[in-house]
Design a protein around this ligand. Structure first.
Ligand code: INI
Length: 156
């Protein structure tokens, strides 16, 4: 039996991060968490490219372009959709989620989902460097694990 598990190394890793500006104070903290984590694990600043888009709805198409460019080992998608008084939340969060899943399935490199969807601004604060950790940091860990696992799958 062979067991494969990706390791969490950022050494030599080239990462494209797609991050949305809507709810910018939250997404800036998600981005900081992701970048801090990648660097802590050995990634170089010069190997991290950040692509800002207006909102979560624009993430999937941009993530596909970044993934298809052939320049990166993986793509992180960061955003924050906060439930308001309108059904807009359901449409935006569903399209962003479905869209990123679709891109992930079609791409040859890992495309990681780091869009937080919350009922309140406070819950979003909690998940972007507050009481509940930082989802940006978590997605960076998932990216490193999946990039390494993918290497093993291709080489075994
Ligand atoms: N975009 C977000 O990233 N988060 C939200 O909470 C949000 N809400 O609530 O409307 C949001 N809307 C903008 C949307 O993502 C697009 O940028 C816009 O519709 C233009 O296509």
């Amino acid at each position: 039996m062979k067991v494969f598990k990706g390791i969490l190394s950022g050494k030599g890793l080239k990462t494209g991060i797609v991050v949305s500006r809507f709810n910018e104070s939250i997404t800036t903290n998600l981005l900081k968490g992701a970048v801090d984590c990648l660097k802590k694990q050995g990634a170089e600043s010069d190997d991290i490219d950040v692509f800002w888009v207006p909102g979560a709805f624009e993430i999937p198409k941009t993530a596909k372009t970044v993934a298809d460019s052939g320049k990166y080992d993986g793509v992180l998608c960061l955003g924050a959709v906060i439930r308001g008084e309108t059904p807009h939340f359901d449409f935006i969060s569903a399209e962003a989620t479905k869209g990123i899943a679709h891109v992930a399935m079609q791409s040859d490199i890992p495309v990681i989902y780091g869009v937080i969807t919350t009922d309140t601004h406070e819950q979003a604060v909690d998940r972007s460097g507050g009481k509940k950790g930082n989802k940006g940091w978590d997605t960076a860990l998932a990216l490193m694990e999946m990039v390494d696992l993918q290497k093993h799958i291709k080489n075994c």
